[in-house]
Ligand binder design. Structure first.
Ligand code: DPP
Ligand code: ZN
Length: 872
């Protein structure tokens, strides 16, 4: 397999003004007829370029005709899944008949079967598995889709846009015609057919138009869509208010399917969701999952403008729509709940997973310059770091100018397929703020390291911050240039008062310093005493910040900073400092000792009743195994686990009383609500319970068992179960069993059970996981289940990182098997193996050997790209 490059981009030689599709649906063999109204692209300027259409190895060509003339075999060629026609007119209608086999489609790209229904997934390059086409986002076409099926089995037949016709064929099948007036690339095409239940609703737009809203599921799930429907209406209203974006069609549909590679897909007017991102009910869904449903519903809805009305010119520009849309959904969730809590969660995720990606063999810029398989670039870098870039633009411009910029972007590019540069240009033109240097964020990979040193001059009351930036080399980018980094800063007195200093002649208790060079000094005046700097407030840039804080300074920030995010950040830093020492001790085989100052901070924290319980819970959560692994130079997984456990027990034993109190104070006696306030209290209560269960106090154990048995909602029940499993509760095995028995008819809950079971500490962890894969509830066809078991096993520190390499071998075996069925899924599962270079030598060798074993197989492009790059 070979790479393709951004620098080779050329406009398409042909355009498709209209696309007319007919699907004669059948499980075994579906016949697709396409009529493409094509013409040469005037921008291409050539008059003799051949027509080259993309196809797939699973698409069988039955016949092709041009302007009604059936082409004989010598007038076209099929080469490497492409259909090539050398001689064409300047404009013509191309008719193509293809045969596909939905029920044999295990890749879950193109048209496939999930449970009893037909559905599609076309992003990024799935449409070519349906029919021959110019399958690239800069070819936008008006689609009309005819679906023919047996109405008894497929009463619901959906595609993009509006239903314009319904009738019978001569054979008595039902025929439904859909028309989407908005030109779109093929990746936004969708089709669904099934025996589905529907929930109807209505939304009146700001201009007074009524939009019909419909959510479709299999009938046994239709009682779990109310939350998604409300979230959809909140999203529609928010986009009108915040961005002035109104919905454009008369109908908006969402369908839930069980077998789906991604979370969800923003097809025009017909979003298709992984059921795990749509269905929600208190009894079966945790608070986290409720929030995720809301965020994904919003994300896909927001794509209607940031993605569909304005789309990407080519797939290198993926972050144009994804980074911006993640920023939009994060802002929405922040507005719906607590902005600080949301920020902490997002940043914590970024620093754990995206920073690790940036430090590994798959590191790439937010706008990659090359790829082998685009599916591999639906990454945390493109999504999460992409969102941070948009957030920095928002910080640099401010709310008002940012809105002017987004208005200009939508107005200028409505109906077009554009680039990240076009987005930045709109922001720059609307604001008058020069973003030339800032654009480097899109092309330069890696996480910048920002090092801060300070100096205070008491006589002159001057305070200086000297800030350096440096970005480590990444694959293919050995040298790095300085970036434009906004660093929000506040200054505190030693007593924790905010200092109103002067910066560049203005009062500044919260300023944004603009770092544009490798090293710069910033000066504050009228600073009455040596300050404690609060740096990178709200995480104003996606960088690693180094400043030599003392433990006392961190304790001060943790208790007194006016920036809620930095209070959390200070607590994390303090915990990281202590854990780093403990990890070293554990790694050297020494007894663990720690005189914890974090404990002092947590004592104060638990006593402060003015705080948001959700923030207290976040601060109490120790840095995760994954985050500590990202920070480590050499990863010793068991030492990290041991250190975390040690610190957790130490805190638990020192503060038992407080945890018991906190637990009891946060029990909610009224009915379950997925509201910010209730979610916050449950999170703190369950965090307290997890500490309580680590103490010698037997009552903690009893409280866990009691909560498990009596909880009236999944958040509390599953929290109790997880605590039991991970704290070695004597009844853990019985509880796991009971949980399965209780929920075995709810697949999404069973997935949680699979994941937790796979992650449990056990001497025979591998046998447990093998048992789960042979369990009746398991299904290799279903990506959610595969991810539950293998993802859960990845978190099983002792099992996965077994010194004999058996954990790595097992994962490699699964990847090899899955690659034949579903390359996208297989490729995702490779991620833990890409970290091999950072592991301690004994483990590193074992992991590398498995990568080499995978590499020796015949591989999909997807897995080939990840494994070959990892072995470089
Ligand atoms: N469905 C994926 C998303 O919305 C890809 N567009 O991010
Ligand atoms: Zn998206």
């Amino acid at each position: 397999p070979s790479a393709i490059y951004l620098k080779d981009y050329k406009v398409p030689p042909f355009l498709i003004d209209k696309t007319e599709l007919t699907f004669d649906l059948d499980e075994a063999t579906t016949i697709v007829t396409s009529r493409l109204h094509m013409r040469r692209n005037p921008l291409d300027g050539k008059s003799n370029a051949p027509l080259i259409l993309d196809g797939g190895e699973d698409v069988k060509l039955i016949g092709v005709a041009m302007d009604g003339y059936a082409l004989p075999e010598e007038e076209y060629q099929l080469v490497d899944d492409k259909l090539i026609i050398t001689a064409t007119a300047d404009s013509f209608v191309l008719t193509c008949e293809t045969l596909i086999e939905p029920q044999n489609n295990t890749r879950l790209e193109g048209l496939y079967r999930s449970s009893s229904m037909f559905c599609t997934q076309c992003e990024a390059e799935g449409f070519r598995h349906i029919t021959y086409y110019l399958d690239r986002p800069d070819v936008m076409s008006v689609f009309t889709t005819t679906i023919i099926a047996d109405e008894a089995r497929y009463p619901v037949m959906l595609s993009n846009g509006n239903e314009i016709e319904r009738g019978k064929t001569e054979e008595g099948k039902t025929l439904v015609v859909w028309h989407d007036p908005f030109p779109k690339p093929a990746y936004l095409f969708a089709l669904v057919a099934g025996n589905l239940a529907v929930k109807n609703d209505l939304f009146t737009t700001q201009s007074g138009r009524d939009v019909k809203l419909q959510i479709f599921t299999e009938s046994h799930n239709i009682d779990k869509v109310d939350y998604a429907m409300e979230a959809l209406k909140r999203s529609m209203r928010w986009d009108e208010e915040k961005y002035g974006r109104e919905y454009d069609l008369d109908i908006f549909m969402i369908v839930a399917v069980d077998d789906f590679n991604m979370g969800a897909m923003e097809n025009k007017g017909l979003n298709i969701f992984n059921s795990s991102c749509l269905l929600a009910s208190p009894k079966t869904t945790t608070d986290d999952a409720f929030l995720r449903v809301e965020a994904v519903v919003a994300h896909e809805y927001f794509h209607n403008w940031s993605g569909n009305r304005v789309t990407c010119r080519d797939w290198f520009q993926l972050s144009l729509k994804e980074g911006f849309t993640v920023f939009r959904d994060q802002s929405f969730s922040a507005d719906m709940h607590s902005a600080t809590v949301k920020r902490v969660e997002d940043v914590s995720f970024l620093k754990t997973a995206q920073f690790a990606e940036d430090a590994g063999p798959m590191a790439h810029p937010v706008r990659p310059s090359s790829f082998i398989e685009i599916s591999n670039f639906y990454t945390l870098t493109v999504y999460e770091k992409g969102s941070e870039i948009v957030r920095m633009i928002h910080t640099l411009l401010g709310e008002e100018l940012f809105r002017k910029g987004s208005d200009l972007y939508f107005e200028r590019h409505d109906g077009q397929a554009v680039t990240c540069d076009d987005f930045v240009a709109a922001m720059q033109d609307a604001s008058g703020i020069d973003l030339t240097l800032f654009k480097r964020w899109y092309s330069q990979a890696g996480t910048p390291i920002v090092t801060v040193e300070d100096q205070y001059f008491p006589e002159e009351k001057r305070y200086q911050l000297t800030i350096k930036q440096e970005t480590p080399a990444t694959p293919g980018q050995p040298t790095k240039l300085p970036l434009h980094i906004p660093i929000r800063v506040g200054l505190l007195t030693a007593q924790g008062q905010e200092i109103a200093a002067q910066y560049q002649g203005e009062v500044a208790n919260d300023v944004t310093l603009l770092l544009t060079q490798a090293e710069q000094t910033f000066e504050f005046t009228e600073v009455p005493s040596q300050p404690v700097p609060s740096l990178l407030r709200s995480f104003s840039a996606p960088v690693k910040l180094h400043y030599n804080y003392t433990a006392d300074q961190l304790l001060l920030l943790m208790s007194a900073d006016t920036d809620g995010f930095n209070r959390w950040s200070a607590a994390q830093q303090l915990a990281v400092n202590e854990l780093t020492q403990l990890i070293e001790q554990a790694s050297a085989g020494q007894p663990l000792v720690m005189d914890s100052q974090l404990l002092t901070g947590l004592t104060a924290l638990l006593a402060d009743e003015s705080l948001d319980p959700a923030m207290v819970a976040l601060i109490l959560a120790l840095p995760s195994q994954a985050y500590l692994s990202e920070l480590a130079t050499t990863i010793d997984p068991l030492a990290i686990k041991q250190a975390r456990q040690f610190l957790k027990e130490k805190i638990a034993n020192a503060l038992t009383e407080q945890f018991v109190q906190t637990y009891q104070n946060n029990i909610i006696r009224s009915e379950y609500q997925a509201s910010a306030q209730h979610i916050a209290r449950r999170s703190l209560k369950n965090m307290a319970l997890s500490y309580w269960s680590e103490t010698a106090d037997k009552k903690g154990e009893a409280a866990v068992a009691q909560q498990f048995a009596s909880a009236d909602n999944m958040t509390d029940q599953f929290a109790a179960l997880s605590i039991a499993v991970h704290s070695g509760h004597p009844d853990a095995a019985t509880m796991l069993d009971a949980f399965y028995q209780q929920w075995k008819n709810e697949p999404l809950v069973v997935n949680k059970w699979l994941m937790l079971s796979a992650s449990q500490d056990a001497d025979d962890a591998l046998a447990v996981v093998e048992g789960l894969m042979a369990h009746p509830s398991f299904d290799l066809k279903n990506p959610n289940k595969v991810r539950a078991v293998l993802g859960g096993f990845g978190q099983n520190v002792a099992g996965f990182h077994n010194a004999d390499g058996s954990g790595y071998r097992f994962l490699a075996d699964q990847i090899i098997v899955l690659d034949k069925r579903n390359p996208q899924l297989a490729s995702r599962l490779c991620t833990p193996l890409t970290r091999w270079k950072k592991l301690k030598p004994a483990l590193s060798e074992k992991m590398k050997a498995e990568l080499e074993r995978i590499m020796a197989q015949e591989l999909s492009k997807d897995v080939y790209e990840v494994i070959s790059k990892s072995l470089v």
